[in-house]
Design a protein around this ligand. Structure first.
Ligand SMILES: Nc1nc2c(ncn2[C@@H]2O[C@H](COP(=O)(O)OP(=O)(O)OP(=O)(O)O)[C@@H](O)[C@H]2O)c(=O)[nH]1
Ligand SMILES: [Mg+2]
Length: 374
């Protein structure tokens, strides 16, 4: 901003006003005020009363939407004080959780995941279910765009009393987002939501992370393009319990049928991820609703079969244990890289590696030694 455009201490002409403009450009911009401190302390905003652990717990159990949302905010907070309180709340909620069917929905950007959630979600609410929709998107803290988009795409669903939509926390790193999402599932279940849908963008590690927290994993694709164009790696099909070719409507229906044949064949060569369940490829249109009910019927069948065989519980237990070790690994890694002595040693080692004066194995050993000799 040039000083010339300043008109007073507190206001100035915006950038797009020509340099020598006269009074015909009446617009002035008032200087922003720097706000410091926590969100709750923002000027003009009503400070929310701090809730006790008891209030959080009883609010969630009564499915009080405001308190449920505040409990999730508590979980999403990065402060140590909030972390301890949230752990206390979660411990109390844990016995009431675990009763929902957790469904992961993944697929390439624009495949129609959010629209499918809107259509399926409204059907489920119509059938009397209570539904929670969460998203896992480690990039959302950068792009922010998808959150706004999803609110628009799930417009009808977001107005439903029995639906609770929560966008991905802006955790930045996937590990942080994953922890918060897992704990959010616990809160939603304790609040009585009997289906939890988790949408994730088909990028890198996030599908594997979502797979590790859901019972059923659905991959949403669109017709045409083939594997390369869709950016879908075989690995993602390997962790899926079903593939849905969306946008099977209008002129696209025939192409969608061809894709269904291709993917059905591809699935035959993949070892199923769930015992006693053979993943199949379905057609659907989130726009017209075609095939959506069939998808739900398959999910129900899946739940029945895996519960009867005991695999449902087995997988949940394995997921909990896996989660314990993930937390440990993340913690160790964080401690290691935050260690001052290790950081100094890394600087030295980096230059030795660049000069080719040390073997990578020796370098790693030296660093670990630096860490453990504390
Ligand atoms: N014709 C047709 N269009 C659809 C269908 N489902 C979604 N769309 C359109 O496809 C576009 C993307 O849909 P979204 O639901 O936002 O897709 P998404 O997979 O959630 O996208 P990201 O969250 O950005 O990865 C929108 O313009 C939808 O209206 C469908 O079944 N048929
Ligand atoms: Mg979406």
């Amino acid at each position: 901003m040039t000083d010339k455009k300043k008109t007073s201490q507190d206001s100035y002409k915006p950038d797009w006003v020509p340099e020598n403009a006269g009074q015909e450009f009446a617009t002035k911009v008032v200087k922003g005020k720097r706000i410091t401190g926590k969100t709750e302390k923002r000027q003009g905003a009503k400070k929310l009363r701090t809730l006790s652990v008891d209030e959080y717990v009883s609010g969630v159990l009564k499915c009080d939407r405001t308190i449920t949302a505040r409990t999730i905010t508590l979980i999403e907070s990065n402060s140590q004080e909030h972390f301890e309180k949230s752990q206390e709340v979660l411990k109390r909620l844990l016995p009431y959780s675990g009763k929902s069917l957790r469904i992961g929905i993944s697929g390439i950007p624009g495949a129609g995941k959010s629209t499918l959630i809107e259509t399926l979600g409204c059907d489920l609410i119509g059938k009397g279910y209570k539904l929670a929709v969460l998203t896992v998107d480690p990039s959302s803290s950068v792009s922010k765009g998808s959150i706004l988009g999803d609110k628009v795409r799930m417009e009808k669903l977001s107005r439903e009393e029995n639906c609770f939509i929560r966008p991905s926390p802006s955790g930045g790193i996937l590990g942080g987002v994953a922890r918060k999402t897992r704990e959010t599932i616990t809160v939603c279940e304790a609040a009585g939501f009997d289906i939890v849908l988790i949408e994730t963008m088909g990028v890198g590690q996030s599908e594997i992370t979502v797979r590790s927290m859901v019972d059923f994993f659905l991959l949403v694709l669109i017709s045409g393009g083939g594997d390369e164009l869709q950016g879908i790696k075989r690995g993602v099909m390997e962790i899926s319990d079903a593939v849905a070719i969306n946008k099977a409507d209008g002129d696209n229906l025939e192409k969608a049928k061809l894709s269904q044949t291709e993917y059905s064949l591809a699935l035959k060569y993949i070892k199923p991820i769930t015992r006693n369940w053979e993943p199949k490829c379905y057609l659907c249109s989130a726009l017209t609703g075609y095939g959506v009910d069939n998808l739900w019927e398959e999910m129900k069948k899946f739940e029945k079969i895996t519960k009867q065989s005991g695999f449902f519980e087995e997988r949940r237990k394995a997921q909990s244990l896996e989660w314990v070790f993930t937390i440990i690994e993340e913690n160790l890694k964080e401690n290691f890289y935050n260690d001052k002595a290790v950081q100094r040693e890394i600087t030295k080692i980096t230059s030795l590696i660049h000069k080719g004066e040390i073997l990578p194995t020796t370098a790693a050993e030296k660093l670990l030694h630096t860490y453990y000799k504390k």
